[in-house]
Design a protein around this ligand. Sequence first.
Ligand code: ATP
Ligand code: LTN
Length: 342
Amino acid sequence: MENDTRTTDVEKRKRVFSGIQPTGTLTLGNYIGALRNFPILQQEYDCVYSVVDMHAITVRQDPAALRKACLKMMSLYLAVGLDPEKTLIYFQSHVSGHAELGWILDCFTYMGELNRMTQFKDKSAKHADNINAGLFTYPVLMAADILLYQTDLVPIGADQKQHLELARDIAQRFNAVYGDVFVVPDGFFQKVGARVMSLQEPTKKMSKSDPEETYIAMLDDKDTIRRKIKRAVTDSEADVRFDPENKPGISNLMSILSVLSGMSLEEITSVYGTSGYGRFKDAVAESVIEALTPIQERYNQIITDKAYLQKVMTEGAEKASYISRKTLGKVRRKVGLAALQL
Ligand code: ATP
Ligand code: LTN
């Protein structure tokens, strides 16, 4: 394959790329929609997972808190079972190719396309005092992240579908002019749980930038998890049945239980259908606790091992830079930027 930039030992495996912003605490939505799939995919694919710190600064961040959040994010990657021997883990800002390719792709993206992005509209409303150009071109940097690594598959939550479509459009547009430079990526979505909803407003996605009681954080303790699920908004009926339109709260909790326990939605209805919301909510809470406790235990060990984190970070940056340089070199040649002969 002419445009393959992969190293020989993993030549035949398809590449997976995804990124998570190191902002706030990760939620159960991040876990179910994206992170949970990351270690599953590492068995079969050549995976690259980034802590997308440059995306995070589209919103004003406290510098010390951001540095800490990046290490926490990487520790969570490791705690869910990512193995740095098999999988590349690195910080986006350590590979300058993201910003470089981002700029080049800016020149292949239309204002009209970016104007249609719903995340931009939502974030502009939330941060009306700081609607910066980075927030506007955020999806182009995301496209650069993905295309830089010649990615085949991108595991993401449903809220990122529009951004992935844009990345595909940009890749196809570029390829139409210059030949097959980029692999055109596909999204990888959960069948159930691609959009975990807020516990308090179950018609909105669960988001870490909303108030505490609306989400479960991956690092919440057992009692907090039980309390938040007990207080989750449901409805005035009593039957546990999947009907997202009329019963968004119950349907959301059913999806969570289904993904985490492996039970189908039908099985959940047959077991909890008429037993009352209390018993059903207890089962949801226990499934969340069972999923998160081992991750939390590993996380608490990893986060204290600064030397190990440093090693993973440095090696990841080196490997990622190597892969990205190949794509970037080709892109530069294609668009006519002169090579520097040293
Ligand atoms: P914010 O909540 O501040 O808008 P975010 O959580 O959407 O941020 P990221 O941390 O970068 O942003 O998201 C990481 C991954 O988690 C993405 O793949 C995203 O699609 C997924 N994700 C986020 N929220 C949910 C959710 N409620 N349900 C399912 N997947 C989600
Ligand atoms: N835009 C995503 C985070 C993100 C990402 C990526 C996801 C940045 N770059 C590349 C997948 C692939 C978000 O807001 N959740």
